[in-house]
Ligand binder design. Sequence first.
Ligand code: NAD
Ligand code: LMR
Length: 350
Amino acid sequence: MSTPTPVTVTVTVTGAGGQIGYALLFRIASGAMFGPGTPVRLQLLEIPAGMKSAEGSALELQDCAFGSLASVEVTSDPARGFEGANVALLVGSRPRGAGMERADLLSANGAIFGPQGAAINAHAAADVRVLVVGNPANTNALIAAAHAPDVPPERFTAMTRLDHNRALAQVARTLDVPVAGIGNVIIWGNHSASQVPDISHGWVRGPDGTRRPLPQALTEALGGTCSLESWLAETFIPRVAKRGAEIIAVRGSSSAASAAAAAIDHVHDWVSGTTDSWTSAGVVSDGSYGVPRGLVSSFPVHSRDGAWQIQQGLEPEAGVRARIAASVSELEEEREMVASMGLIERGYGR
Ligand code: NAD
Ligand code: LMR
């Protein structure tokens, strides 16, 4: 019997000449997103100012001689860039600088995502999956989806996997256990300082494989030094929610390699499925947990048969519910703002 020829996946990366692009392209090409046996065709979309940088990356990609890289093309034409895309990573947009909040980016970046949504609608493959990384990611995903009437809205997602990974890392450090032993943490809401990192349904796996609830394990690890409630409110939640600003302050520019790693994780799990733990992703709300329909908000999600499904049946505590409501009203304000800027039709998604 002959082995079937693997199907080549076409991946479009916008902003490929930027910081995240440089950290992302080589990992996709090496097989980290779809596995080393799946050939990848990379289509790098840039604006003219970023073309040289993207072309330089294309030369380096050739020089890596990755077995799974089928081809690389660099273009500033969205029609060509999104042609036949099975996966579109919308990274291209301006990052915030020191002192800026994500809302400041709405006017700078919102206008990029309507035309890109329309180009995806017209040129991408029928099974296209879109991950918006460029900030403000949730509302940019909403804008892109609004301009792609033929693509099911659930194929547009926003990246909160970096926040999820940050939460896992903070918990693992506090418990002094490997990250792989932690599951079912949640990021709710917006990818902004209002996001809600939530450990209340989480677990940690011990050396014998048994799972313990995170609240219990963390309470024990904190000992008498502080209560779980004050650790969550004063240390964990602000650390995770403001980590983007911390990176900008320390590094002098916004997170790049960790953002690229999170994009790989998001698409990998979307395509290949989640296993014993859920993860977090910004997906179009179906009204679950009181999040108004149509908003792109972060939820606990499983991936089954190539589609994200929101984990149902959790009962967030009162404090978590109040924080989710605040983050969701920020998303509603962003939706209102982009409607008043003419970037989506008022009432879209409701
Ligand atoms: P960067 O400035 O290094 O690169 C951005 C690139 O996008 C540039 O090369 C630019 O030429 C290009 N670009 C701009 N407009 C474009 C367009 N219309 N089409 C195609 N390309 C375009 O920025 P970066 O550090 O790579 O960050 C990119 C975005 O990702 C920023 O908005 C940043 O805030 C966001 N980000 C999101 C997360 C997240 O967790 N969701 C994490 C980190 C960064
Ligand atoms: C991050 O979370 O690191 C990015 O969204 C960059 C930012 O502006 O915080």
